[in-house]
Structures are given as structure tokens and as C-alpha cells.
Design a protein around this ligand. Sequence first.
Ligand code: PSU
Ligand code: MN
Length: 300
Amino acid sequence: MQLHPEVREALAAGRPVVALESTIISHGLPRPDNLQIARQIEQSVRDGGAVPATIAIVDGQPHIGLDDRALEVIATSQDVLKVSVRDIATIAARGGIGATTVASTAHLAARAGIALFATGGLGGVHRQARESWDESADLTTLSRTPIAVVCAGVKSILDVPATLERLETLNVGVLGFRTDSFPGFYLADSGFPLDWRVNSADEVADVLQARHALGTDAFGLVIANPIPLPDELDRGLHDRTLAAGLAELRERGVRGKQVTPFLLEFFHRETHGASLAANVTLVLNNARVAAEIAAAYAAA
Ligand code: PSU
Ligand code: MN
């Protein structure tokens, strides 16, 4: 692994660092806006008081923190692979450019000693999983990775209640950040209640300290941070787009790791950018909150 000097120095000095994933840049956001948005996400981490560490594989080598050239390669190259945990070693041995998912970012970040991670939405249990067995490796990876992830819940393209059940089974805690409900990504509220609510970064830092003292930090923790209500996607537009996207997915027989990027792009196209605006807002918000938590934890 290659640590960016700024990230290495911050970690050595015990200063706050927030890991960021790169699949959202390469496969989750449309080009050419994705590069500028990637820079904005890093800036939100800085605004929140932490050092950003965007994670990706460049020429086979996992990078923890990207310089501007590497960020540009991930955002613009035609042959960026979507890399999950099981792919990291193969691409490292053979070379290539890889964007890391929540799962592989969590794995590499934890290995680098980073405690906080921000993303947009977590992967989860897909609808039709009873037939397809399609469940994101994000869930099983979090079950054995010591990291806290700030996200806006999971997208409604997934089976939300099944995902919450799996998180329970896998010992992954879920804290609502200033909410009593699990957020619905483009929507502030998925309609599913949570057991735990926290109201500040300091309260999360208290939980992180207790996890460390009691050894439950061997498992991941989800900090569920809703999109601000005024910025959520129009609910009618959301429901119509979701139904149409799921129908097109079935018609075209899209499978495996193409499913999530396909549905994201469908939303961005069909809502004429409204879902993209919501997506950007919630990611920037998550990056800032993760940085504030990292700063509170470093100071505790
Ligand atoms: N959710 C989003 N945007 C994304 C992803 C999820 O709102 O870009 C990406 C993340 O990298 C996540 C991955 O880890 O999709 C999950 O893919 P899969 O369902 O194939 O595991
Ligand atoms: Mn999958």
C-alpha cells in the first residue's frame, strides 16, 4: 500500500483522517462532472477538520490518499475496474486501475489505521435476492472490519428491511445521526425505525471509544446520516423512476456487479439530474460529518 505523505503524517501524529471510496467517482457519478465532485468531497472533509484519504488502485498498487493526477485517472480513464475485496490481490499482482467499493475501501482503510470512512450509500441486499443471492460484499466485509462508515443509508433500489436484518446478524451497529429512522439515500427517511439515535459528533466519538475499550470495534459501525429534508428527491419522481429502473433491469437481464452502476445511471438520466444533485448533496454532507466525528474522536 502506498500512503500519501499528508495521510501518513496525519496518522502518525494522531490527527483525524477520513477515508473515501472511489467507485462512486468512477461508476457512481456521471462524467465529466465526477472529477470536480471528487475534489469537492475531499474539500468537505477538510472543511470538517480532517485529512481526506481517497482510496484506489493505481498501476496495481493500492493508494491511501490520491494526488490530483491519480484522482483524474480514476475519474477519466476508460478501463477502471470496480474492485471488491476479493479482487484487490489479483489486480495488485497483475497491474491495472481499480476503483474501490465500500467493502474494499473499508478493508484497505482499516489496514492503514483509519477509523472513519465516508460514502454516499452502502451496498446491501438486492431485491430478488431470494432468487439471485445478490447481496453486496459491503455487508460481510463490515462484519469483520474495524471501521465506522458514515452513509445516507442504502438506496431504495435495494431491499432495505432485509439489509437492516443482515446488518443485525453481522454485528454491524447502526446509529441514526440526528434521526430515529434509517435514511433512504435520495430520501431522508426510508420508513424503517432505528434502535439508536446520536445527536452530535461527540456522542459518536463516545461510542467509538467504548467500542475500542470493549473489543466490539472488530466489527464495522454504520452512522446513518440523512440527506437534509429540503434537498431530498421529489417522492413521486423517486417512486416512478425506481419502478421503471427495476423493470428495465429485469428486461435487459443486468446482473452481478453491473446492477448498482446501471440503476444509478438510470436514475441520473431519467430524473434529468435531480437525483445527481441529491446524490452530491448527501455525499458532501456525509464527508463533513465523518470529518467532524474523526476530529471529535482524535480529541477524545
Ligand atoms: N451506493 C451508491 N453509490 C455507489 C455505490 C453504492 O449510492 O456508487 C457503490 C459503492 O462503491 C458500493 C457499491 O460499495 O456500489 C456496491 O456495489 P455492489 O452492489 O455490486 O456490491
Ligand atoms: Mn452484487
